[in-house]
Design a protein around this ligand. Sequence first.
Ligand code: EPU
Length: 335
Amino acid sequence: MITENKELKKLNTLGLKAKARWYAQPADVTSIKSLLSDTRFKGMQILVTGSGSNLLYSKDFNGLLIRPDITSITVTGEDENSVYLRAGAGINWDTFVAYCVDRGWGGVENLSHIPGCVGASPVQNIGAYGSEVADTVVCVEFIDLETYTDHSISKDECRFGYRDSIFKRELKSKTIITYVTFCLSKFPVINANYSDVATELSGVKNPGLYDVRKAIIDIRKRKLPDPEVIGNAGSFFKNPVVPENIAISLQNENPTLKIFPAPSGFSKIPAAWLIEQCGYKGKRFGNVGVHPNQALVLVAYEGATGEELINLANSIKNSVFDKFKIEIEPEVNIV
Ligand code: EPU
């Protein structure tokens, strides 16, 4: 069904009010293609969304908003050690994680409780607690928005990086992801090295997939606000990756600063720490603010506008730069 002037408040986890000129939720590849070739939408801007958990609407969207609703999961291959799963873009990400954990298949359990859909997971290479979706992706299928043709690209061709992939670069706004194929392990190796996870599991002997999943859900519920209760889009900024010597000298001056590994010669600095040092944690400015438990999460109270959030994000970015000479970049997509 195609809806005109669709209200998006319930379709973005920040809960911002905005309208899409046209909205459709096609359930298969054929329906997506017939939508794309519908003359009503010729030349119109197209925006593809999952559950809107990483989107900031700064204004109404005067085009066609497509939310792919492909929800099948099929086993496409299996060997002694691994199972290959082809999952539809519209599946809720955490439903997919639960599906794997329930069957004893390892690889995505550290990504439990992340909001969003399977189709969005490779775009920003979702990551948490020492895992990234890139660790298990085999290939990504998509429809080219210009030619309406089907494509499949391998994990290497996705050029995954920290919160980065080809879908945020050369293929930005040029595709609709339809399926992602994952390789899960039948003999999971538990990764509980991330300090929060290790602490949470300290009383559990030989933790399994369920234990890791439960620990991570508990940590996230404690630290991160529930979008059903208070509007937010998870981490608002990416953690800046800076030359290792800069990170180390900052750490020498500030012993409370934890730094994280990044590709050679670089380190990741928690943007949450930088923001907290600038005094924003837990502060409210009109209808927007910074969450009291996690300074990387901006929150939108009832009545907030995209403009208020962008203004707050800009003043945070400027304060961090003035104090540390480090640039922080939004992780959320601003529409
Ligand atoms: N910290 C502070 N103040 C805070 C919160 C954290 O100083 O208010 C410092 C602490 O030193 C802490 C460090 O920051 O040790 C890291 O904090 P946390 O473990 O909460 O992780 P993060 O770097 O803030 C990233 C991801 C999260 C992911 C967590 C856990 C990004 C942009 N965010 O946050 O992902 O859940 O690691 O792995 O990389 C998301 O993308 O929406 C998201 C929530």
